[in-house]
Design a protein around this ligand. Structure first.
Ligand code: IPD
Length: 272
């Protein structure tokens, strides 16, 4: 077994364990705490899941590094180096989790030399396990998945999000983009989880997903899963994807991605 096989088996076991917590707690009352604003929530379960993943991986691979949503929100600085680094969103779609809306997931990616090697997004409520390893394709519950072949924006189903920022400038741009797109595409959808939105593109159920203001932990796993499913991941202005830029656009084809990039009103949040 290669080292990467070992990392993958270990994290898969831990993600399933974490999934049991999310499944067990989703319909229970939760105390919430706020982060950047009063709709950016965290629960004790976000923190417990992150701890479970980090402790489980560290105990087997003590040299590995971590960039986790909850550790970062508690003040841990982000150090993104060439070392094997796990980028973790313990519960992506925390607002859904708080309300009991079953679109919520664990998102985790391993990057080595800043290249994504493993990506896992697991919705334990709907039993959707999306997995990818570099060069080996993308899978839903073990079955291969691939993006749609859509190239035309007017026929595309687009995933976007309102986001968790209440900055008036950001909200204005989100609504402007929703307005522009609603008139020009087949449909616009918001699931409430950036990672699951990207997996819907990987699955071929949607054709594009984009968002400004997300963080590395929301998109690191989704990026690999989309690309391994045959899609593309770029910066929403048309340039290369940068996991730390807090900007993402993924699509089934490059033609579609570039057509959307030309239309979007752009927003540049501070980097992770
Ligand atoms: C959030 C979700 C949401 C997206 C936000 C993210 P969280 O992640 O992915 O859909 O719009 O930008 O921050 O806070 O639930 O992990």
């Amino acid at each position: 077994m290669s080292s990467l096989d070992e990392y993958y088996m270990t994290v898969l076991r831990l993600v399933k364990e974490a999934g049991s917590i999310v499944r067990e707690k989703i319909n229970t009352p939760k105390d919430t705490m706020t982060k950047s604003c009063d709709v950016d929530l965290v629960t004790e379960w976000d923190q417990k899941v992150e701890k479970l993943l980090i402790e489980g991986i560290s105990s087997k691979f003590p040299d590995h590094k971590f960039i986790g949503e909850e550790g970062t929100s508690l003040g841990k600085t982000i150090e993104f180096t060439d070392a094997p680094t796990w980028i973790i969103d313990p519960i992506d779609g925390t607002m859904n989790f708080v309300h009991g809306l079953p679109h919520t997931c664990i998102s985790i990616a391993l990057l080595i030399n800043k290249t994504a090697e493993i990506g896992i997004v697991y919705n334990p409520i709907l039993e959707q396990l999306f997995t990818a390893r570099r060069g080996q394709g993308a899978f839903l519950n073990g079955a291969p998945i691939s993006v749609s072949e859509e190239k035309e924006l007017r026929k595309a189903l687009v995933m976007m999000e309102m986001g968790t920022s209440r900055d008036p400038e950001k909200v204005k741009i989100v609504l402007e983009n929703a307005n522009i797109l609603t008139a020009q595409v087949h449909g616009v959808r918001c699931l409430g989880s950036a990672a699951l939105n990207m997996c819907m593109v990987a699955l071929g159920g949607a054709d594009i997903s984009f968002e400004f203001g997300i963080h590395a932990w929301d998109i690191a796993a989704g990026d690999l899963i989309v690309r391994e499913a045959g899609g593309v991941c770029i910066d929403p202005a048309g340039g290369p994807f940068d996991v730390m830029s807090r900007r993402v656009l993924c699509a089934s084809t490059m033609e579609l991605a570039q057509e959307l990039a030309k239309l979007l009103v752009q927003y540049y949040p501070g980097r992770d």
